[in-house]
Design a binder for this molecule. Structure first.
Ligand code: 4AD
Ligand code: MG
Length: 477
């Protein structure tokens, strides 16, 4: 008798084979039919209990959420909806689940309710599917880069530099606020607090990844990053995972090609390997869309959207062209949207990005050559001295999914910029060194992994695509 998981039993289990399977009860009907799920697949296996063979006490303990070990024979199923089922010969209750207390009942729970139960929500179909897709996407990310000669870099979580210069950092401190002398203003003195150094949690691994690119050629990071921004939106987390490739001898055009090819490749992988889960998530989204007014519903289904991205070229548009388009657009008074943007130089708000992607181009858009003043210090200044070789990729329903650029490789220009912005040049001596010794054109980008998972699974809130979301309100688990 061998042990199998549910996925194996349903896909290639041999009829009349004696099997062992372990999992959690989803439902137990008519004192006879157990729907057992072990997380290996969306589907449950039906286990048929001949109640005369089991004492009443045991049958009573088969409740939703209980964990079981089942031994039995795999047989063809007479019922609808499954090809095979298990005729149970032995059944052991591994862990009881009090039906009065167990919060995940076999009914539709709201996503808000489930967010409060982050430790158990993975047992639902929706979160099981999302987490399996997330896992396959992670694998596809590594597969893409490994197969294309990129070296995986592990960049530090605790760092002294603010890569984005946006000041959205969580401080790392060894100080005990209760036992720390106060400043004259009566506040804790967080001065040089990490064993004598000022440090924070990383907002991006990019600067350190550049050291890899300038030595090993092609590199990528894939790790957690932190932003202390007080954003309560469906697209922002305080802790999120970022994928950051960085490549020597690559310019902005090459960077755009790389980003587009990479995104298409991982989506293609998921389309091939997560068919069941995607079909389920597509249906879930369709049901959610039905609650919206007709004109707000998406024209494409989830899988159609994914295929569309894989099969169509992203539209490449300069910031200046985008501003012209936005200036000519009609403000939508009914929806209280104000697409119109007055000045060249302004940062695009998410409603502008949505207009460009969802209304104007109706496909993913790569915006490039942004005004230098609204972008980070490290971006390569263009010959016009006004714009930098930046690129953002905008996705329907998501907005910005990628931010990247060609990096400033000229020592003098970079130093001048650092000084202009009053960035502590001492902190970046090593970064400047990369321009002093064997500098070269190089580029890279950062893709927010949760935004990619959101797009792939059709989940509207970013809190539902990461197991334990950290946001200004929630870090309970
Ligand atoms: O545009 P960002 O800030 O770029 C960087 O950090 C660069 N250093 C990347 C690079 O060139 N290597 O962030 C990159 C991406 C965004 O496009 C977005 O997808 C995601 O990271 N992101 C967030 N995702 C979730 N929650 C947040 N608070 C995010 N902030 C950025
Ligand atoms: Mg950005």
């Amino acid at each position: 008798m061998s042990e199998f998981n549910v996925k194996e039993l349903l896909s290639d289990g041999k009829v009349l084979q004696e099997v062992i399977v372990k999992g959690w009860v989803r439902t137990f009907r008519s004192n006879r039919f157990i729907a057992l799920n072990d997380g290996s697949t969306l589907h449950n296996i039906q286990c048929v209990v001949d109640f005369e063979n089991f004492d009443e006490q045991t049958l009573k303990r088969i409740t939703t959420g209980a964990s079981l070990e089942i031994k039995g024979t795999l047989v063809e199923s007479q019922g609808k909806g499954q090809k095979v089922e298990i005729q149970v010969s032995q059944l052991e209750i591994l862990g009881d689940s009090d039906p009065e207390e167990y919060p995940i009942q076999p009914k539709k729970h709201s996503l808000e309710f489930l967010r409060e139960k982050a430790h158990l929500r993975l047992r639902t179909n929706t979160f099981g599917a999302v987490m399996r897709v997330r896992s396959v996407l992670s694998y596809a990310v590594h597969k893409y880069f490994q197969e294309n000669g990129f070296v995986y870099a592990n960049t530090p979580i605790i760092t002294g530099s603010d890569a984005e210069g946006a000041g959205e950092m969580f401080r790392v401190s060894t100080l005990d606020p209760k036992n720390t002398p106060l400043t004259e203003e009566g506040e804790v003195d967080y001065g040089a607090d990490f064993f004598g150094k000022e440090t924070n949690l990383t907002v991006s691994g990019q600067l350190e990844a550049e050291t890899f690119a300038m030595s090993l050629g092609k590199t990528y990071t894939f790790g957690p990053t932190f932003r202390a921004e007080n954003s309560n939106t469906s697209r922002h987390l305080a802790e999120f995972w970022m994928i950051e490739p960085e490549v020597a001898f690559l310019d902005l055009n090459g960077n755009m090609d790389l980003a587009e090819d990479f995104i298409k490749s991982v989506l293609k992988h998921v389309l091939e390997h997560c068919q069941d889960d995607l079909a389920f998530l597509e249906k879930r989204l369709l049901d959610e869309e039905k609650t919206k007014p007709q004109n707000e519903r998406s024209e494409m289904s989830l899988i159609e959207k994914l295929r569309f991205v894989v099969d169509n070229q992203f539209k490449r548009v300069s910031y200046t062209e985008a501003i012209d388009i936005l200036k000519q657009s009609k403000p939508n008074k009914k929806k209280k949207f104000q697409y119109v943007i007055e000045d060249w130089g302004a940062d695009l708000q998410s409603e502008h990005e949505r207009y460009l992607v969802e209304k104007h181009f109706k496909c993913p858009v790569i915006l490039f050559d942004y005004p230098a003043d609204i972008k980070a210090f490290y971006m390569r200044l263009n010959e016009d001295e006004k714009t930098v070789r930046a690129m953002d990729i905008l996705f329907p329903g998501i907005g910005e999914i990628v931010g990247g650029s060609q990096r400033e490789e000229r020592y003098d220009v970079l130093l001048k910029k650092i000084q202009e912005l009053d960035i502590d040049e001492e902190e970046l001596w090593w970064y400047l060194d990369l321009r002093k010794f064997g500098t070269a054109v190089h580029s890279g980008f950062g893709l927010g992994f949760e935004r990619l998972v959101q797009f792939t699974t059709g989940m509207t809130n970013i809190r539902d695509v990461i197991p334990f979301p950290r946001t200004p309100q929630s870090a309970e688990f």
